[in-house]
Design a protein around this ligand. Structure first.
Ligand code: OXD
Ligand code: MN
Length: 604
């Protein structure tokens, strides 16, 4: 039997489950994480001693660590991510599926002896404020110290969670291994992981289990995030009548002190973290952050949807983040941050492309090689390099971000990068129409990667890679939420910060100026805000968006273009939506009706 390195809790089922996995994975010992600072620093030191991590210069960035991953292990691997429900239909045509019995058999063979020479860490974590009725508890077992310290930042880890679990509380079991056993006397010389064909990120929705093997990076390994908080939680939410969404949550306060909470879904790489931490350019308005990636929402007694951010940190994309694009994110990672795959400067600081200043001389790039801006042919930071920063260190974190009751949501926003056709903003006619808008979310991609065709890539509700069941049923769940007895539903809007002129000039400055659009949204929620009804929904009148002070950047002609209903463009958009809808085998009739109604309005 594998020995416990510290006393296990009194939860017999949990201890038996851990011991069963230890018997299979054969680690040197089992360590129960307590979530303390001293645990964090002890594991950080272990990683530094082994040469996998470096402390940054404490005078520049106190308590910050720098990691380089293996070049093959740099992002989520969607092609190796599975929804192993009992039937393929349940997973739906947009998820990878393998029969759960077969997948467990394959993976068990990989797990056999996979932790040799390593410690099996047990991480008790809460997604959401500990004890909140909206929160859920997970237990991740992992053989990666990097995962433990990241989980310390991204979730609430430790003894408090075990106390809530008591002797028989429920938890989502999450199993993770980097898939690199060590031979006797062998030490990690670099980031451990398994080759691509051995990587599996598996979800078993009926039994609420997560099994991850072979990757140590981000969403593949920090199992509270995409795996639990979205893929498994989306199934729980469907079954229990709540919502688990890929949404930021922001608090908007007007000069008069009127507060609105907005949740917004955008496909990855559309600036969610920037919007969540925006600094308004209109005087007197304030944005504070509740969350930047995931929202869990339940109906309150008053019929409103109350949201919590299940996470406790930000796992943000570093390149492109600067004091100009997102000062609050930069300040969040001024201390106590883990940087992965960014450049490491000679004076012990970090650097990445788009950080807002030139690279200071020679540095070490994310592959661990010397790098000089003058001669480099490659980037210093990987485009998906990340910072793991504590939400508590964010200067604009909302005081209520840890409120166990959650915050009442006033508006949902959907959006993507759409250089043409979609206006700067419009409001849905009603809930069902809003669900239709969410189901058609798309973002422009360029043919930068060999396997990606240029054009609009549809990512309904920004949930395509993150929904743990059939997307058609997920759409139906949104419709059902709208039919909840006594519901006082948020209004639904579509936004597009990314409009360009035919010759490629940005029409809208974006960033802090997006507050001008938020102001209109806030006014609409108050029953004010000027709008005209068009075939696609309610659009602001030309003078409805507060553009004072923006005259030199956005001309009247630009504004006209941003707020125009493009009748011809919508005809081709409609055809693209029809094609998109063919992908789903369980499209709700109500959405087909919405499409027909839009077609009729457009062709009127
Ligand atoms: C993320 C993503 O990392 O959406 O948050 O890809
Ligand atoms: Mn995300």
């Amino acid at each position: 039997m594998v020995k416990h390195l510290n006393p296990p809790p009194k939860h017999a089922k949990l201890v038996a489950w851990v011991e069963e996995w230890a018997a299979l994975c054969k680690p040197e010992g089992i360590y129960w994480c307590n979530g303390t600072q001293s645990e964090y620093y002890r594991l950080a030191e272990k990683l530094v001693d082994s040469g996998i991590a470096k402390w940054l210069n404490p005078e520049k960035r106190p308590d910050c660590l720098w990691f380089c991953s293996d070049p093959s292990d740099v992002a989520r691997v969607e092609a190796r991510t599975y929804i192993a429900s009992k039937t393929k239909e349940e997973a739906g045509p947009t998820n990878n599926w393998i029969d759960p019995v077969e997948l467990k058999k394959t993976m068990r063979e990989f797990y056999s002896g996979c932790m040799a020479g390593r410690i099996l860490y047990v991480i008790p974590f809460s997604m959401g404020p500990v004890g909140s009725h909206i929160a859920k508890i997970g237990i991740e077992i992992t053989d990666s110290e990097y995962v433990v310290i990241n989980m310390h930042i991204m979730t609430r880890v430790g003894t408090r969670v075990l106390e809530i679990l008591g002797k028989d509380g429920e938890f989502v079991p999450c199993v993770h291994s980097v898939g690199k056993p060590l031979a006797p006397g062998e030490k990690d010389e670099k980031w451990p992981c398994a080759p691509l064909e051995k990587k599996y990120i598996a979800h078993f929705p009926e039994t609420r289990e997560i099994w991850s093997f072979g990757s140590g990076y981000g969403g593949n390994a920090l199992l509270g995030k995409k795996c639990l908080a979205l893929r498994i939680a989306s199934v729980q939410a469907r079954d229990e009548g709540w919502m688990a969404e890929h949404m930021l949550i922001l608090k908007l306060t007007s000069p008069e002190g009127v507060v609105k909470y907005i949740a917004a879904a955008f496909p990855s790489a559309c600036g969610k973290t920037n919007l969540a931490m925006l600094i308004p350019t209109i005087p007197g308005w304030r944005v504070e952050t509740v969350g930047d990636d995931i929202a869990w929402m339940r109906f309150g007694k008053d019929g409103r949807l109350y949201a919590i951010n299940p996470e406790a940190g930000f796992f943000g994309v570093a390149p492109g983040t600067s004091m100009k694009s997102n000062p609050n994110a930069m300040l969040s990672c001024a201390k106590e941050t883990i940087f992965t795959n960014v450049g490491f400067t000679e004076d012990g600081d970090i650097w990445w492309e788009g950080i807002g200043y030139d690279a200071p001389g020679t540095l070490t790039d994310w592959k661990g090689n010397p790098w000089n801006a003058a001669t480099a042919t490659d980037k210093a930071a990987h485009p998906n390099a990340r910072f793991t920063a504590r939400a508590a260190n964010c200067p604009c974190i909302a005081p209520e971000w840890q409120d166990p009751a959650g915050v009442p949501i006033d508006a949902f926003l959907f959006g993507g990068r759409r250089p043409s056709v979609l206006p700067l903003v419009y409001e849905s006619k009603n809930w069902e129409h809003g669900v239709f808008i969410g189901s058609t979310v798309g973002s422009e991609v360029t043919a930068a990667a060999l396997d990606v065709k240029a054009g609009v890539r549809r990512d309904p509700f920004a949930m395509l890679p993150f929904c743990g069941y059939n997307m058609g049923d997920y759409f139906q769940h949104w419709l059902d939420i709208g039919a909840h007895a006594g519901a006082r539903l948020p209004k639904i809007f579509c936004v597009n910060w990314f409009r360009k002129t035919a010759d490629g000039r940005w029409l809208w400055p974006g960033f802090g100026d997006n507050s001008r659009v938020l102001k209109w949204i806030c006014e609409r929620c108050e029953g004010k805000g000027k709008a005209v009804e068009t075939p696609i929904g309610f659009m602001p009148t030309l003078d409805a968006i507060d553009c004072r002070g923006l005259e030199n950047e956005v001309s009247e002609a630009d504004m006209k273009e941003l707020l125009a209903y493009d009748a011809e463009g919508w005809k081709s958009e409609l055809e693209m939506i029809k094609e998109h809808y063919k992908k789903f085998d369980r499209l709700p009739g109500k959405l087909a009706e919405q499409l027909d109604a839009l077609e009729a309005r457009i062709n009127q």
